[in-house]
Design a protein around this ligand. Sequence first.
Ligand SMILES: [Zn+2]
Length: 210
Amino acid sequence: MNGVCAPGFDRLLDFMETGWQGDGTEIIYGVWPDFRLAYFNEGWMRFARENGGAPWLMSPECLGRSALDVATPELRPFYRELFTRAITTVTARPYSISHEYECSSAEVYRKFAMLLFRLEGGQGLLIANSLVVEMPHAVRGTVPVEPSADSAPYHNEHALIVQCAACRRIRHQQLEGRWDWIPAWVRQPPERTSHGLCDLCMSYYYPSKK
Ligand SMILES: [Zn+2]
């Protein structure tokens, strides 16, 4: 087992030595029943480093923080519900719940699968994330948009740009329901950017709220 582990959590992970083992590329973390981080592996640190994560994400300081703090505020209620379901659901499978999500960069579309393993007696969760799809955006038919110098159609009445917290598309303020893929703003969001969820992500994460 590689990575950083809180005292007492390692004994819950014994099954990793004998039972389930990843292929070494997964991003894996563990949480206590209150969802504070108790473990993260080298894959977690590598991903944080390669994607410009905050330094605390790569240090033992991370332990004890809520794993929900790593999610954007728009997605926290979803992950709180997912983690709660996973820790309270006992199944015959080794993992109790799975979930797929997009985590793209400006350059590539990426989809990850998350498996949530309920640890012995519900004493915690082990959460493994593996890349299932990675391809250039163009291969999916996504047409990138270059914003004009004044960014006009993307400013709302408060002069804010609204980015989807999940897929990172930008809301077009003049065409209802349109969200554009603007790689330059994924790389570096404009200063006055707020967050929301586009219609597709809203129906994926919160189907009952549609
Ligand atoms: Zn979206």
